[in-house]
Design a protein around this ligand. Sequence first.
Ligand code: NBP
Length: 487
Amino acid sequence: MTERGAGKGERPIDRGRHVGVVGLAVMGENLSMNIARHGFPVAVFNRTAARTDEFLAERGGAAGIVGLHDIADFVNSLERPRRIIMMVKAGPPVDAVIAELLPHLEPGDILVDGGNSFFLDTARRGDELAAAGFNYVGMGVSGGEEGALWGPSLMPGGPKEAYDRLEPMLTAIAAKTDAGPCVTYIGPGGSGHYVKMVHNGIEYADMQLIAETYDIMRHALGLTAQEMSDVFRRWNQGRLASYLIEVTAAVLAERDPESGDPLVDQILDAAEQKGTGRWTSVSAMDLGSPAPTIDAAVTARVMSSMRESRLQASKILTGPDASGLPNGLTRDALLAAQEDALYFSKISAYAQGMALMRAASDAYAWNLNLAEIARIWKGGCIIRAALLDQIRAAFSGPEQPANLMLAPNVAPELNAAAPGARTATMAARALGLPCPAMSASLDYFDSLRAERLPANLIQAQRDYFGAHTYRRLDRDGVFHTHWTPFE
Ligand code: NBP
């Protein structure tokens, strides 16, 4: 058995590698480099062997990483119990890699799926592998390429004893903030991937909210891309400070090298998705824990991708002129309202995500610690934001708020920002600009704070046509009425 390492040719294997990484696309490569940089010996394996050789020649070999072309050699190169992190495409590739590894594993070995797997797949794989004596950890990894290399936010779920064996390495490679390393034991089963899924759902929401804000700015305020970049950079100094606002400021300032025009103006307005946002919405529906801002963000991406239909409809369906300020609004007033609206909506999106995680924790008996989850999202991940300090504080006390919106350190901020959210959404409506995520954020707030909703009428309708019965405000019991039809 031999291994490959840059400049060293083939040499006998040392069998003492701390961890093995399977999958050498962008995430696996960068995570391997991160692990090696922290002094943990790494062995790598990739289905396409040429990729392994390329990686070792480009940078892996110089970092002391060894690569193997044979899966049995790869497994045998690891210290026992083995730690193997899979960084392959979610779905059937994960099952394929497990099937390939399985004959070479020994009881007690730890298999980690670091991809964006669906949490129920992770739960199923975990059960199957536990029955065979193996430890299976589903670990959300956030932060993209940069995070994987320099410090991601890690959300590992599965058997606690397996986490304990991984902890020194995970703590070393995770992003660090003033609140510690961005990793914690999430809980059993598929909880790690669930929390990563909700993270991505919030990411969808936040991105859509920023896009809607940009849309109002460019139409109603007529700001150039550079001017908008300056506004986002300024907002990033305050309560909106976050990675996604920073990214937006940088994106808006980028020029197309060919035309010299803002690059963002040349990009096709059809957003793609890989599924984690949709999964969040589906789970929210399944668990009866509404996440309307995330739903709206997923739908908005789908609407954007229906470009042919939109182009056709734009010639048939009419609306107001979207340029210029709506009546009664000054530029400064609208811009201030937009900052409020974005902050308000962002809190709403996080509130929905936190409520959903609590519902899942109850449904699946995960005992999730929402304060810890907010803490590990403070660094390394795409939704890192100053707001997470307040969210963490809100869930840190002995008394957990029924909803983030009701926390004593959050409710006054929301109440103060709500008028701005109303102004910004009304401006968008007046101009005929879609603002589905911002509207959904406000509707969540207005629905939650409504002492009475019009659902009494819905119950009456249901009872009228389906004898579904209703309950009354003035007395206990279940009632049915023989309604009088309109002649
Ligand atoms: P990809 O999701 O593009 O997957 C490519 C890797 O999967 C390659 O190593 C490929 O091997 C391997 N693979 C495939 Br495809 N089918 C396989 C099979 N049947 N058997 C064995 N290996 C197979 O890579 P990525 O973008 O690095 O992402 C890895 C995971 O991390 C995904 O689940 C992704 O959703 C998640 N993630 C990605 C990001 C990001 O920013 N990209 C961020 C956070 C999480 P090959 O070289 O032989 O084709």
